[in-house]
Design a protein around this ligand. Sequence first.
Ligand code: FAD
Length: 388
Amino acid sequence: MKVVATNLAAVADEFDVIVAGGGPAGSAAAIAAARAGCSVLIVDRGVHPRQKVCGCCLAPAGIGVLAQLGASSVLDGAQHVSSVHLECGDRAVIVRRDGGVAIARDQLDESLLHFAAESGCATLMGAIASFSADGTVAVRQDQIVRTIRCRVRIAADGLQGTSLDGLPEFGWKVSQSSRMGFGATVDGAALDLAREQILMSVHGGGYIGAVQLADGRIDIAAAAHPSVVRSAGGVAQLASLWLGSHVRTTAMIGAAQWRGTSLLTRRRMQIARSDVLVAGDAGGYVEPFTGEGMSWALATGSSAGSHASAMIHAGASFSQWPMITSRIVRSSRARCFMIAHLLRHPRILQTAMSASEFFPSVTERVANAFGSDFTAPVLRDFRQEPAQ
Ligand SMILES: Cc1cc2nc3c(=O)[nH]c(=O)nc-3n(C[C@H](O)[C@H](O)[C@H](O)COP(=O)(O)OP(=O)(O)OC[C@H]3O[C@@H](n4cnc5c(N)ncnc54)[C@H](O)[C@@H]3O)c2cc1C
């Protein structure tokens, strides 16, 4: 399956909405805006299918957003997930956690981009978008650079995106205690893992997760303090150490194609201005422990697409965007932040797990945090509603 990729030379001079980034946030934004009657261009600097460091577990809230977008078919063949195996030191607990799926990011992101193209969006892959101060978007593909006009620009280009680099008011604030992410997809024979189960192993300095995908491969993803990675001698060594007795063949872990991220916990100084909305990881991120990042991205992305249409067709303002985003993600991000901080002290978790027979609440709360539901925004068609 190859994503429909337009040649930059063939793209129109003007769109209602340009979306930088073709991950879950960008595709959801583009689909929502196109469904609300906007002409849309999505630009992604990657060529899909592309790999992305991710635990690949999509929570019920994200599944709900896809259903609202009419895009549930992108999950065809995804692996059902029914429980979480949480371990810390010599303690382990298995908690039932139904309703989520595991899906490879190369597959999910490419299917979503296809769905966006089928919904009428123009798609440009292998192209870099830069938002200019004059309201245009400079797009570079190979040696060609073009300036494209639009009415609303959506930055959905993730933690390592560059679309907002020319607008310093959108700069990042990165947490001092932030961890970095790393991950790889390995052959199913590399680890001893129960199917339909998320393994999450907590250690001093970070945690590692693994899940089997529908095609039998295993996705591994972790968050660790950079100093812990350095002292282990690299990400593959740390992964082998942390996965411990689950590792069947260390050579397969060592030979995998490991990818890393920049520091994870961060937020933007602002997430909107007159014609710019920021969605998904591009607007800020906490930590991956609760496995909700894709759901936050899908929810804020589809809401950004819908709000862009409201700005164009119904006189809505950019200034409403921070409040809308906050309503969608604030409580689940706060919960994730609290749990991430509890896990900075794995001894507390270990003690709670030792006593879980008598005091089950702490352990259950941590395990139950995986992919908890949150209220996804309702999509509206602003062309049918009176201007505000
Ligand atoms: C270790 C780890 C484990 C995780 N585990 C989970 C999990 O189990 N479940 C879960 O839901 N979430 C998980 N997440 C979080 C999840 O991966 C992210 O929240 C999600 O990918 C965010 O989607 P996005 O669309 O905002 O950004 P991305 O998926 O990062 O997409 C951004 C896109 O923008 C493109 N881009 C960048 N700059 C430009 C530019 N200038 N022009 C054009 N394109 C550009 C990139 O090529 C990329 O395709 C995990 C994250 C980490 C680090």
